[in-house]
Design a protein around this ligand. Structure first.
Ligand code: SUG
Length: 411
């Protein structure tokens, strides 16, 4: 089978909660302390997977990580503060931050390379990667086709695919890889370090990589990852005009490396940076449908914002490369700053080379939804974090999932 794009969504874990842990992520900060609804959150995510599968696209998933993280709590002397909430976070649901992926046509050894992201900027995320990489090594165990790398050293922050875009004539063709990094000095952390991006490009054996500075204004306005203000697919880049520190230089470098590139720039006069970040328009899945048309899977929040809706109506009416806009409801994830694009890791590969237990069809989605409906907590209030009875519920829910999908070895 030819190489296709497979989207691996993170199943929202049973401890999903709002603890306001992410400085610079405006949604996380504003919802900190709200009650959360893990069951509804996971079912919303599964509906998105079902929706994309129904479009005729390949869909996979990753299992939630073990929470609460007892080793982290013990190493910190059992903290009662925000650090306790960190150990309970279900943040691994945002698999765009699980790893950076370079498909086989781009790499020196002709294998698909994945490097787990160290996520060191935020304590609750820094504890993900060791468990993530174990899962990646099960899913992509076929070393003839895949190479899975540990995270780069923690002195350089790496947030994975959220700050990485790939452009190519089509998914199976050799492509250019765009690494977007931030420079420190603004009001919020610049989470992606240039040296981490360069290390990942070296580990993957890339010959055609561009290193692009993210606009400090975008980070200051709340674009804590590049995928909040830009998304690419095959030959198309869809970007806000304030995404990059040097927009014109960036577009010129992309066009020089990939002459067929089409760059759709949304001007601030149509959608302000503030509205782009609030609506999460760019945190979309830009997908090539089996018909060859491109579709933009956006959060319902973006569709509901008048300025964004007006822009999208005009875009569809025009002759641009993005032909369809498909809103989805991932409200529970959105309230923590995670839109449709955050919830998925894109891997271009032959599905036959991936462990089939991570791939989905409607029956497997129904199986997972059934476990979620029966075992995921309906609601978590901030005061519940730390309760032993809830910890037991969360552990049992995850164990029930792993048993149902026959993935007990990722425990
Ligand atoms: O790292 N939110 C995540 C959202 C990640 C979104 N991912 C991408 N843009 N690719 C983050 O800021 C909030 C957790 C809390 O506050 O409870 C959180 O971790």
């Amino acid at each position: 089978m030819p190489l296709v794009e497979i989207n691996f969504d993170g199943l929202v874990g049973p401890s999903h909660n709002y603890a306001g842990l992410s400085l610079g992520n405006l949604a996380s900060a504003s919802h900190g302390g709200d009650p959360s609804y893990p069951r509804a959150a996971a079912l919303q995510g599964l509906d998105k997977m079902r929706h994309n599968l129904a479009l005729g696209l390949a869909q996979g998933f990753f299992a939630p990580l073990p929470r609460p993280d007892q080793a982290f709590l013990a190493a910190l002397g059992d903290p009662q503060t925000n650090l306790r909430a960190a150990a309970w976070s279900a943040s691994a649901m945002w698999t765009a931050n699980a790893a950076t992926v370079s498909p086989a046509p781009d790499t020196a050894d002709g294998r698909c390379h994945l490097t787990a992201a160290n996520l060191v900027t935020m304590p609750h995320r820094s504890i993900e990667w060791a468990d993530t990489v174990r899962q990646l090594r099960v899913a992509f165990a076929d070393t003839a086709h895949f190479a899975v790398h540990d995270a780069v050293p923690a002195c350089f922050g790496d947030e994975g695919a959220a700050n990485h875009m790939r452009m190519a004539a089509h998914h199976g063709a050799p492509g250019i890889e765009l690494f977007v990094y931030g420079k420190p000095g603004g009001p919020y952390p610049a989470r992606q370090h240039e040296q981490a991006s360069r290390a990942v490009a070296r580990l993957h054996g890339l010959t055609r990589a561009l290193f692009i500075e993210q606009s400090p204004d975008a980070i200051a306005a709340g674009a804590f990852h590049n995928d909040v203000v830009a998304v690419a697919n095959e030959g198309v880049l869809f970007t806000h005009e304030q995404a990059f520190a040097d927009p014109e230089g960036t577009y010129a470098a992309i066009r020089a490396a990939l002459p067929e590139a089409e760059i759709v720039v949304v001007p601030a006069s149509a959608i302000s940076l503030t509205d782009a970040i609030k609506s999460y328009l760019f945190n979309a899945q830009l997908l090539t449908l089996p018909t060859g048309e491109m579709a933009l899977v956006i959060p319902g929040e973006a569709w509901a914002m008048p300025a964004v809706r007006a822009y999208l109506d005009g875009m569809i009416a025009s002759n641009g490369p993005i032909r369809r806009v498909l809103p989805v409801d991932v409200r529970q994830s959105m309230a923590n700053g995670g839109g449709p694009a955050c919830l998925r890791l894109r891997v271009v590969a032959d599905p036959a080379t991936v462990d089939p237990r991570f791939l989905l069809d409607p029956a497997r989605i129904a199986l997972i939804a059934d476990v979620v409906a029966k075992t995921w907590p309906e609601q978590i209030d901030p005061a519940d974090i730390g309760r032993e009875s809830l910890a037991t519920t969360v552990r049992n829910a995850r164990a029930a999932l792993l048993e149902a999908v026959e993935l007990q070895e990722v425990i």
